[in-house]
Unconditional design. Structure first.
Length: 99
C-alpha cells in the first residue's frame, strides 16, 4: 500500500478526508448488499448467525495483520459495523426483504 509523503498538516488532513469519503462510500455499498441478503434469509436467527459474524471478524483480523494494522482495532470497528448492519438487515427482513 502506497502512502504519499505529505508536506503539511493541511495536506495530511486533506488526504484523510479523501480516505474517509471512500470509507463512507464502501460502507454504503456494503449496506446495500446486506439489505439484499435479507431476502434470502428465512429467520431473524439466520441473520444473527454467530458463525458468519465470526467468519467475517476472523477474515478482517487476518487482513489487518497482513497490512500491518492492529487486528484488534479492525475487529472492534467491524464489530460495531456488523452490529448496526445486523439491525438494518433485521428491519429489512421484517419489511419483506425489499431493497
Amino acid at each position: 500500500m502506497q502512502v504519499k509523503e505529505c508536506q503539511s498538516l493541511e495536506e495530511v488532513r486533506s488526504e484523510i478526508d479523501k480516505i474517509d469519503e471512500e470509507i463512507v462510500k464502501l460502507i454504503a455499498k456494503r449496506s446495500k448488499y446486506v439489505k439484499q441478503a435479507a431476502k434470502f434469509k428465512e429467520s431473524v436467527e439466520e441473520i444473527k448467525s454467530d458463525e458468519r459474524i465470526n467468519d467475517v471478524l476472523n477474515h478482517v483480523r487476518h487482513l489487518a495483520g497482513s497490512m500491518g494494522i492492529s487486528p484488534n482495532l479492525v475487529a472492534d470497528v467491524f464489530g460495531i459495523l456488523i452490529d448496526k448492519m445486523v439491525e438494518m438487515e433485521i428491519e429489512e427482513f421484517k419489511n419483506g426483504g425489499a431493497y
